[in-house]
Design a protein. Structure first.
Length: 560
């Protein structure tokens, strides 16, 4: 059913632009594959040992290995040299002590595989190229690299999906292509795309869900709603960090759906069941085995800090600075600790952080995007004070907008959202931990998410255009998940007195909607396409510079 207030989906870009998009996707995938085969050492992607063991278990017939029973073999990446095999127990002990694990002196002892806490979809897919490589060769070199192909291909496909989503919104191809290419030239993302990890595959699934959510917001067509729900359930079957996104996207679908009451109830049930199918299956499986639907590998010791609030945590520790630096360039994990020749020198996980001029360029680019979002949101926020109420409510969104239509009520709500946003921003800039001028600048940029999201929530409540509501929804979801990550990181710090979970990869499910919203804003503000091109070229230069001067030398040091 169409809607008279719906925004038409823009025509597909011409064949020349589609060829450019696929060509750029091919370049990005080939780059990631080259890194996977020849640059990134085995085990040097975050938790790659666990991810690879999970894939091997599935390929060998154990489809759903159980947390607490699954293990990571010590000879996962290579066979120990004959002269060192009798010393395997000593190597195990050194590795365990370096990682803070209680030593196990059994010669063939294996580490518990905590990665099997993740749902299995990515591992089922990655098991296919691994199984083919295992049948073609006994050499582990090929088996590892073949398994990494899934992440490399996912990154290229991600670029195409983002490009098509931007053009669906009417963003000009000359702006859409460089903006979509941004994700292919950020060192952390490139690093993850060269390894065995579920993060890039999840990124792709959430981008596909986002595309159909965008198309539904524009044209209100039910097939797009169901396709969005399908991709959401697949994302939920890949990683639990997508579960909050599923709830957010499902709420938007139901809030925006235009149907008579009984058909609305019918489709609301169908969309809910479809989008939650795999997460519910995984949650019920966890209840059966562990009595906890959200069972994960967690620290169980008593808190080291009592009465230590989230605000105290954010004041005392560089949460925002670490989050941004790690989002741009956190490289490495544990390859150094798995080299038999250097095991005695191992002092734990080895990583490097890219925080050079390339990072500063990315930071200034992010600041410019935040400013554009703020200008766009402020303008449309101001319009809502005089925006007429819908004449004939046909969706929950329109019904709520009409319910809050009286001028005094609408004004009070909009002003309250604006005041809370200002308070959040002022507190964050003044009190959140910072180190020097760079730390202050990072706080200024990141804390802007608070007021922009809250002002955008007012736009989402009242604006008559689905594309403008999209921007408000994107900012609100991103901000809410940021609060959740800060809370989870605080919980970890209270237990172990160390900053954990401060990694941008947890935000990947939420970035597609944020990126396409930023592209829409740049297009509506008529930012010259050449500036978008320079943004992409600057990130390309930054990645090449970072790899040549810092990342490759690091890999040579930790190479297995």
């Amino acid at each position: 059913m169409t809607d008279s207030t719906a925004t038409p989906i823009a025509p597909a870009p011409g064949p020349r632009w589609r060829r450019y998009a696929w060509l750029l996707a091919l370049v990005v995938s080939v780059k990631a594959m080259y890194m996977a085969f020849f640059l990134t050492p085995p085990g040097d992607i975050p938790d790659e040992s666990g991810h690879y063991s999970y894939v091997r278990d599935i390929a060998h017939g154990q489809l759903f290995p159980l947390l607490g029973e699954a293990s990571i073999p010590r000879d996962l990446w290579f066979d120990p040299p004959p002269s060192q095999r009798l010393e395997a127990s000593e190597l195990d002990q050194l590795a365990d002590e370096a990682s803070g694990i209680r030593p196990n002196r059994a010669r063939d002892a294996a580490r518990p595989n905590y990665i099997v806490q993740h749902p299995p979809l990515y591992y089922l897919v990655a098991a296919l190229p691994y199984a083919v490589a295992e049948r073609l060769s006994d050499d582990r070199w090929y088996q590892v690299r073949a398994t990494r192909i899934v992440s490399a291909l996912s990154l290229g496909l991600l670029l195409v999906v983002l490009f098509r989503t931007l053009t669906d919104l009417g963003v000009s191809p000359a702006r859409a292509l460089p903006l979509a290419a941004v994700v292919g030239f950020i060192p952390t993302i490139s690093h993850l795309a060269s390894g065995i990890t579920n993060d890039i595959f999840l990124f792709l699934l959430c981008a596909l869900a986002t595309r159909h959510l965008v198309r539904f917001l524009l044209a209100l067509r039910l097939p797009d709603a169901y396709l969005c729900a399908l991709w959401l359930t697949l994302a939920g079957g890949t990683k639990m960090t997508a579960w909050p996104l599923i709830l957010g996207y499902l709420a938007i679908l139901l809030y925006e759906m235009r149907q008579p009451v009984w058909r609305w109830l019918l489709h609301a049930g169908g969309l809910t069941l479809l989008s939650m199918a795999l997460p519910l299956w995984w949650a019920l499986r966890n209840v059966r085995h562990f009595g906890n639907p959200m069972q994960v590998n967690v620290v169980t010791n008593q808190p080291l800090y009592l009465n230590y609030s989230v605000l105290d945590y954010l004041k005392a520790h560089p949460f925002f600075e670490w989050m941004l630096v790690h989002s741009y360039g956190l490289i490495g994990f544990s390859g150094f600790c798995q080299t038999p020749e250097s095991m005695e020198e191992c002092i734990g996980v080895k990583s490097t952080r890219v925080a050079n001029h390339a990072f500063e360029f990315a930071l200034w680019a992010l600041a410019a995007l935040a400013l554009a979002l703020l200008v766009h949101t402020l303008y449309h926020y101001g319009r809502q004070f005089r925006n007429p109420a819908p004449a004939r409510p046909a969706t929950l969104q329109a019904w709520v907008a009409r319910l809050l239509a009286p001028g005094w009520l609408r004004s009070a709500l909009l002003l309250a959202l604006g005041m809370v946003g200002v308070v959040v921003y002022v507190w964050g800039v003044q009190h959140a931990h910072r180190e020097g001028e760079l730390g202050l600048f990072i706080n200024v940029v990141l804390m802007s998410a608070g007021p922009i999201a809250l002002l955008g929530a007012g736009v989402a409540l009242f604006d008559e255009r689905g594309d403008r509501r999209l921007v408000g929804y994107a900012l609100a979801l991103f901000f809410c998940f940021g609060l959740l990550i800060a809370y989870q990181s605080h919980k970890a710090y209270v237990l172990i007195a160390d900053l954990r979970g401060v990694q941008g990869r947890y935000f990947y499910p939420y970035l597609p909607m944020l990126l396409v919203s930023a592209g829409l804003v740049l297009d509506r503000l008529r930012i010259p396409a050449v500036l978008c091109l320079w943004l992409a070229l600057g990130l390309v230069w930054g990645e090449v510079h970072s790899y040549v001067t810092q990342v490759i030398p690091f890999f040579e040091m930790v190479r297995i």
